[in-house]
Write a protein that binds this ligand. Structure first.
Ligand code: ME8
Length: 543
């Protein structure tokens, strides 16, 4: 039976339009989901939209429409973005859907019935934009300003239902000790653990100052705090609160998640509040909260005020010029997956396209397929004339490829996308080096060395084939083109990476066409840098 692997993105707020941040998180999850599925896992990939809360209510008011109408309109935009970028989720959950609301009521009802929730009065420092309370110490650390928008924190007082987060201090500290990979990367783990050790306070679970949300079961004057409602999407999508339901039957085995992939700004909710809620609900905990950093723009933070977010239109202009697979490659290999922010620049994008894709992958595939056309009549030659493999220059290609596959698999399972993809690109670089070393174009002039020439070309093409399997998840369209040129029919939804990547899978005698995968492009796409400088009417309105 194959391993269940559940991966989620945050659910995105519908008061705003999709931008590079949303595209980024969803893209890296898509790359992971495709790879793991090809590698034999039974993957469930969830994304969606976060549609309740005061922020949405206010945005809708400002536009003179109902919150539901705003949510419908923008959820559609998020779905359109995902379709356009060919992001293949298994489900898109919206928190206004009946299946979600029903289950949130049920889960919160369960929490209320336990000792984990009580009615109390609270005063604290509140970040209105993020709908988040901060403790006195944290507020002081933040100089009483929102870490996200920079707006002053306000002193707020409320009679609310509270979640007894303080009761989970010890279990959470133990969790962090027991599972050092519970939060990654390590810098984020240390940060959140440091914060956790300063002591936990109970957190409000309900609000009374607005109505756009899920009513508190048994006390409809209160609306369930949007973050509690939102976090629960990860379990409601699987139908976990309705064990008699169809969703539960089909999906419950995916719990717990392998990865909740999020941006670093929402780490506290996911690494502290969420596991505590799950403990209170007696549900298994996710294996890893992966909190990536931010894309920044030409050295500056992207913000609505500066209007320098890379929006969907800008993304489209990159996709039009370089192709969707290049966009995915850049997101997956140069994005802010680690502890530091990544600067998006047109020049860097262009440089990566040229060095990795045009000069390395494209050039190597075209070089090898061209030599096969020229020297061996466009047909895959054998590396074992008379039944004995020829190892040219002592290159043990089967072992080299096996290592690259194992490295790529291991890295992807750990959500180290750049390293996984890097193993494949490294393999291609070795092919290039092998060609330079063995010089098949010279050997071709010597009629007595035909066997050696055949072996070299077979080994080059076979290593490219194996590298292409590892690159399919990030560049599905181009790898399909490559396979077509190599006369291969591969279906990654049913074929398995491990079987296909065994050395010798490339059949001798197959017809191969010369392929040009990545056309050279003269200059970077500069237009984006200037078009993003001025705040647009829409972004001004949204702030
Ligand atoms: O926070 N770089 O939704 P949201 C990289 N609804 N990723 C970025 C980014 C950037 N500059 N900006 C945003 C919410 N992101 C809540 C989540 S989950 C239960 C509720 C990505 O629409 C990143 O994944 O503000 C971040 O966490 C997410 O978008 C925030 O999206």
């Amino acid at each position: 039976m194959s391993r269940h692997t559940y991966i989620t993105t945050p659910i995105y707020y519908v008061n705003d339009k999709p931008h590079i941040g949303h595209a980024y998180t969803t893209t890296i999850c898509d790359v992971f989901a495709r790879f793991m599925r090809f590698d034999g896992d039974d993957v469930f990939f969830l994304t969606g939209t976060d549609e309740h809360g005061i922020k949405i209510e206010k945005s809708a008011q400002a536009r003179g429409i109902s919150p539901q109408a705003l949510a419908d309109k923008n959820a559609k935009e998020f779905k359109a973005m995902m379709a356009q970028l060919q992001l293949g989720f298994d489900d898109f959950i919206r928190t206004t859907e009946a299946r979600h609301v029903r289950q949130v009521e049920c889960l919160v009802g369960r929490l209320r019935a336990s000792d984990a929730v009580y009615l109390g009065e609270f005063e604290g420092w509140y970040d209105e934009g993020q709908e988040e309370y901060h403790t006195e110490t944290r507020a002081r650390d933040l100089q009483y300003k929102s870490p996200v928008s920079g707006a002053p924190l306000v002193r707020a007082r409320e009679k609310n239902y509270y979640f007894r987060l303080s009761a989970f201090q010890k279990p959470l500290e133990e969790l962090f000790e027991r599972c050092p990979d519970f939060v990654r990367p390590p810098a984020r783990r240390n940060e959140v653990l440091g914060q956790l050790r300063k002591g936990l306070q109970d957190v409000p679970m309900s609000r009374t100052n607005f109505t756009w949300g899920v009513p508190m079961p048994g006390d409809p004057e209160h609306v369930i705090y949007v973050w509690i409602d939102a976090l629960m999407n990860y379990i409601t999508a699987l139908g976990l609160a309705e064990p008699d339901g169809d969703a539960y039957r089909r999906r419950h085995a995916y719990w717990p998640p392998a990865y909740h992939v999020i941006g670093k700004e929402i780490l506290w909710f996911h690494a502290v509040i969420w596991p505590a809620l799950l403990m209170a609900l007696e549900l298994a905990l996710p294996e890893c909260i992966y909190a990536h950093s931010f894309w920044i723009r030409d050295g500056q933070k992207m913000s609505k005020i500066l209007g320098n977010f890379i929006d969907l239109k800008t993304i489209e202009s990159y996709v039009d010029r370089y192709g969707l697979d290049t966009w995915r490659y850049y997101m997956a290999t140069k994005g802010p997956l680690g502890a530091t922010d990544a600067d998006f620049s047109s020049a860097h994008f262009h440089e990566i396209y040229t060095t990795d894709l045009v000069n390395t992958l494209g050039n190597c595939a075209s070089r090898v397929t061209a030599m096969i056309g020229k020297y061996v009549n466009g047909v895959v030659p054998t590396e074992s004339p008379g039944g004995t493999r020829i190892a040219v220059g002592n290159h043990d290609w089967p072992a080299i490829c096996q290592q690259a596959v194992a490295d790529a698999q291991r890295a992807m399972r750990r959500f180290e996308l750049a390293s996984s993809i890097g193993s494949a690109i490294g393999l291609i670089r070795r092919v290039d080096g092998f060609i330079n070393l063995t010089e098949p174009y010279k050997i071709a002039k010597d009629k007595t060395r035909g066997d050696e020439l055949g072996a070299i070309l077979y080994q080059c093409l076979e290593a490219i084939r194996i590298g292409s399997l590892l690159l399919w998840a990030v560049m599905p369209q181009r790898m399909n083109q490559l396979w077509e040129a190599m006369g291969l029919s591969i279906d990654p939804t049913t074929d398995r990476l491990t079987t296909l990547s065994a050395w010798g899978g490339l059949e001798v005698g197959r017809r191969v066409q010369r392929i040009a995968l990545f056309p050279r492009i003269d200059a970077p796409l500069e237009a984006d840098a200037s078009s993003c400088r001025q705040p647009t009417a829409e972004s001004r309105e949204a702030t």
